[in-house]
Write a protein that binds this ligand. Structure first.
Ligand code: ADP
Length: 612
């Protein structure tokens, strides 16, 4: 299953070579050809050259009434008319001329023209053809298209027993169950035909980046042991209008030849975006999409070609693409849950040598919200860390550290914080943790650190959720906002000033509060009316407002009020636990990193305020 693609030299490169060759030919050849052309001279010149013994071959043409001769070195050919000259033969003999009797090779003007113009052009065309054929062979056969443009370039994965299987894709059980039906169909299509059931032509895999959509598509091909064509949506879109459409045709032609097979189009939103008829819209993209729609209509169901496509922006797809008969099945591939994360870690950890201490459940809990790709990266980072430390096995500490590397970047070894800054950061982080711990519904703290990271974070508090959370109550959300304001609250309480360290907290708290009011119906005034719609569910969840200007003002007012209220709550919690705050901040300042257990121990021993 290799997908090696040779880098293509641009076409212009070959043309420059051919042009250089052409110029060279003209430089060398044209002067020579010009020399070989016959020069017409007067009889006196002929007589002078004979007298100077500068004469080579001579041919007397009685019929045409002309004498053709060359100079002594045979470099140029001359011609002159015949004049009554009785002593000519003797003089020529004395001059050492050769009467060869052969016709001196003359360069006719037509031949000269042929040589200096036609031949180079023919060479030019022949070379061009040769190069284009070479390029096309690189692109994978079929010479019918000019310079390989309009070819699909789909990478074909031939049947392979070592391909990716469902077992390699951890978690994602629902998606696998859904797709195993396709595998079953490809194994035994007659079972479906008999009863009159038809398989969906297209299946859309939707989900955030790195959740294993490509992997799942490959696994379907691996399980069903059929050829797999893979192409990215952006590869269809070319500079010239119509090229993308031609690529789509080519892809489907190849697929039909190889049926049963799977065609996988990654990032289909690149061509499948809604055709909104905007002026100056992208013609090429629309034509490509139209061609795709036509092709999908064109082949009958149950012909063994299954199209899988992946996207993380399903809402931007053209409705014509998602209607039944085209991509009529949608398989969500979501971020893995706790169990899924643990399984993904285990799959990737098979390749690395592990210490016995490794507890995947704990790592999975720490890496909440991580995608499959991030988890794979975490395992690899841990292995790299082990190598850096000259160990030949990976420990729990490696994995924990690599989670932080993936979330917050590497430790900044040379970042120099002043004493005061370090103190502020310590209070800030403990503020978060303390507010989180004091609220009954907030998740306990796993780790607090004030080691600066390359992402720019000067420290952070890692909260850990014990189980899976699918629903969040209003109270939980409010507590979360309070926790986010806890850092700033601690700074204000202790240092009576604010710092820039809270910018990220402010952003998150505002986002959460806005969502509560505009989308979750948690504001009394707006009841269950949506004021915002999410436009980008899987890519950051951007939302766009859909309400009047007056309502917007009211929303802004309520957002501020909500955050303010939680900020006050955090202030109060910290003020009530001032002694614990100082104790924990001092401890963190000394140690730079404290674990959840250490934190809880300090918090609970002789605690004046019991944790609710
Ligand atoms: P997507 O197409 O959804 O963006 P990919 O399928 O390309 O994501 O996944 C990228 C990488 O992440 C894979 O090569 C694999 O190493 C890892 N990965 C993602 N999801 C999983 C999973 N469920 N099980 C195992 N590995 C996974």
């Amino acid at each position: 299953m290799h997908e090696v693609k040779k880098p293509k030299k641009p076409l212009i490169f070959y043309y420059i070579i051919v042009l250089a060759a052409l110029l060279l030919i003209n430089f060398l050849f044209v002067p020579w050809a010009a020399e070989r052309q016959v020069k017409e001279v007067g009889y006196d010149t002929f007589m002078d050259m004979t007298a100077d013994k500068n004469i080579g071959e001579v041919q007397i043409n009685q019929q045409d009434n002309e004498i053709v001769f060359t100079d002594k070195d045979n470099t140029a050919i001359y011609k002159t008319g015949m004049v009554e000259d009785p002593g000519l033969t003797d003089r020529l003999h004395d001059a050492g001329a050769k009467f060869s009797g052969q016709i001196i090779e003359q360069e006719s003007p037509i031949l000269a023209f042929l040589l200096s113009w036609i031949v180079p052009i023919v060479i030019f065309i022949a070379l061009g053809q040769y190069m284009s054929r070479k390029l096309m062979n690189k692109a994978g056969g079929d010479n019918s298209m000019i310079f390989g443009m309009g070819r699909s370039n789909a990478k074909v994965y031939v049947k392979s027993s070592e391909g990716i299987r469902f077992a390699d894709v951890a978690g994602e059980d629902e998606a696998k169950e859904n797709l195993s039906e396709i595998v079953e169909y490809l194994h035994n299509p007659s079972k479906y035909r008999e009863i009159g059931a038809s398989m969906p032509k297209g299946i859309l895999l939707v989900g955030p980046p790195g959740t294993g959509k490509t992997m799942l598509a490959k696994a379907v091909a691996g399980e069903s042991n059929v050829p797999f064509f893979s192409m990215s949506g952006s590869e269809f879109v070319e500079m010239f209008v119509g090229m993308g459409a031609s690529k789509v045709r080519d892809l489907f032609r190849q697929a039909k030849e190889k049926a049963p097979c799977i065609v996988f189009i990654d990032e289909i939103d690149a061509i499948g975006q809604k055709r909104d008829g905007r002026v100056g819209g992208n013609d090429e993209r629309e034509q490509t999409l139209n061609q795709l729609l036509t092709e999908m209509d064109g082949f009958e169901t149950n012909n063994g070609v299954i199209i899988l496509a992946a996207t993380n922006r399903p809402e931007s797809l053209d409705p014509a693409l998602t209607r039944p008969g085209r991509f009529d099945r949608r398989v969500p591939v979501e971020l893995p849950d706790l169990k899924g994360r643990e399984e993904i870690l285990k799959v990737h950890a098979k390749k690395v040598r592990l210490d016995e201490s490794v507890d995947f459940a704990a790592i999975a809990r720490m890496a909440s919200g991580a995608s499959g790709a991030e988890l794979a990266n975490i395992v690899n980072e841990a292995a790299l860390r082990a190598v850096r430390q000259n160990r030949n096995f990976v420990t729990q500490a490696d994995l924990e550290e690599s989670i932080e590397v993936v979330i917050a970047g590497y430790q900044k070894k040379n970042a120099i914080l002043t004493d005061q800054e370090k103190k502020v950061v310590a209070y800030h982080e403990v503020g978060h943790a303390l507010v989180a711990a004091m609220q009954s519904h907030s998740a306990p703290v796993q780790k607090i650190t004030i080691v600066p990271r390359t992402s720019g974070a000067l420290g952070y508090t890692m909260q850990v959720e014990e189980g899976n959370h699918y629903l969040m109550s209003q109270e939980e959300l409010e507590n979360k906002i309070a926790t986010l304001t806890g850092g700033r609250a601690a700074e204000e309480l202790v240092f009576h000033s604010a710092s820039t360290g809270a910018s990220n907290d402010i952003e998150q708290a505002t986002k959460l509060a806005r969502a509560m009011i505009t989308r979750y119906g948690m504001s009394k005034d707006f009841d269950m009316v949506a004021m915002e719609t999410v436009t980008n569910q899987y890519l950051g969840g951007d939302a766009s407002l859909s309400c009047s200007a007056e309502t917007q003002t009211e929303i802004d007012r309520q957002v501020v009020e909500l955050v303010k209220k939680q900020h006050r709550k955090a202030d109060q919690i910290l003020a009530e636990n001032r002694d614990k705050l100082d104790e924990l901040a001092d401890y963190l300042y000394e140690k730079e990193t404290i674990t959840g257990e250490e934190f809880m121990e300090i918090l609970t021993h002789q605690s004046s305020v019991p944790i609710q």
